[in-house]
Design a protein around this ligand. Sequence first.
Ligand code: FAD
Length: 525
Amino acid sequence: MKDHKKTFDYIIIGGGSAGCVVANRLSQNPTNSVCLIEAGPRDSHPLLRIPLALFLTIRSNRLNWKFWTEPQKYCGNRKHYWPRGLTLGGGSSINAMCYVRGNPEDYNRWEAEGCKGWSYQDVLPYFKKMENGPINVTTARYLNPLMHAFIHAGKEMHYPVLENYNGKSQYGVGYSYVTQKNGRRLSNADAYLHPIEHRKNLTVLVKAYVTKILFADKKAIGIQYKHHNQTKEIFANKEIILTAGAIGTPHILLLSGVGPKSEIEKHGILLVHELPGVGENLQDHLDIHITCLDKTRTAISFRMSYLWRFLKGCYDYFLLKKGEFTSNYVQAIGFIKSNPNLSTPDLQWHFAPSMHTNSALNLKPIFKHYGYTLMLCYLHPKSRGKITLKNADPLIKPCIDANYLREESDLDAMVMGFKKSRELLAQQSFTPYFLKEHQPGSHVETDAEIKDYIRHFSETIYHPVGTCKMGNDHMSVVDPATLKMHGLENIRIMDASIMPTITSGNTNAPTTMIAEKGADLILKY
Ligand SMILES: Cc1cc2nc3c(=O)[nH]c(=O)nc-3n(C[C@H](O)[C@H](O)[C@H](O)COP(=O)(O)OP(=O)(O)OC[C@H]3O[C@@H](n4cnc5c(N)ncnc54)[C@H](O)[C@@H]3O)c2cc1C
């Protein structure tokens, strides 16, 4: 083992959306030696760059953790599929590239709940730093005409048409802003890591699976990881930073003996430090789809008749860097309210020009039909789930219990959203395209039938957060002022797991902001 003993100032666990940011910022100072360690391979697969190929990477065995939840008690006992990026860039290498800051009130709520320094006023400079720096936030190079129908239908329902939903108001409908450059995906690895990977003080280890953090009493001193079937150790002079995401971060902590006492001791692991909040407070956005058949064949399909468009797509993409393959698939978004008295939107629409269900695990509809999908998710769920251990074997995936729809009010809001979604799809702007509702179909009509449909067909929109929340109550895991873990030394967390409450929208931009601010805190304190 001694042969492999190596020391760095900082070890960053997880080269995903947040990890790439932290690696860049810490290695900016040439006197810091930094090691970024990632379980997945390098992000060199060509499909990762092609925006529309997210259809494929969402099912990939090589680039995706392919988690499954435990059977969801309030969702017809179904296990839900949870794709997560397993490569440099993490989620940002396989996600749908939608760039959404969230609602300013999300951050003001964080501050009101005890996270001083995280109000919108406080975090805005970090969003601006990202947007005007490494991240390229842009509009689509190509828009499927169905997207215009969506926007016009929103207008028919008197929703404001937004130039930019990241601006003054989030309420309304608008075309998606995406993280792309020259028609290609710009992951956080592309934006933050690759341009600076040559730095001599930065080491990037891939296919290196962290199994444990090593502690000397309450001080984090190093990590253990598996690399090509060998167990290795590296050590940190200064700090260990966890950026392994909302599933990986609590999983590693529990394996290392940090978390709820009963959960750790149940699996025969030595308790290093009791922190009851590790793995708790799991939140996600649950999504329900309505799919419709398109009589004009404007949508994307894998039927034979689509072949010429596919070939044109290849030509346009590879030679001209434009066309249908540059599409991030969900090209139009809406933020609406389940109740007009709400001060901010609590429902989000994503609109896509094809028919898909179950995270594209079931591609039958797209092979058979031309159609479009309106996805509706509830942004402010009250239900809370958790991440726990299956057993003490680090190579066994953890238990994910999202506890979706545990709170009836979450379901009620989704029923309201479902009705509004149907209303939108029935607007005149869709008349030229609309053949019939394919799923669920007209037999689902009453509130009870809609609830039943949601319980049996809802799925994740891929935003798990909150499993090591920041704050000062006894369930908090990190200190908002520094992102240091409560009661431990030389260890911080700066990924999606520290969000106390989920933001109103997609979670990559808020996670990137957390990492930017977190790295700044290290450099300052
Ligand atoms: C299919 C999909 C679509 C999405 N669409 C959007 C979208 O359009 N817009 C948006 O804003 N957000 C979207 N998201 C969500 C967004 O990508 C995530 O919120 C974000 O990536 C979270 O960042 P993170 O750094 O917390 O975790 P991740 O990006 O998941 O990074 C964690 C990294 O840690 C690594 N890791 C984990 N465990 C270990 C270990 N034991 N050892 C070593 N490495 C480890 C992982 O491999 C991964 O690279 C989507 C996500 C998915 C999966």
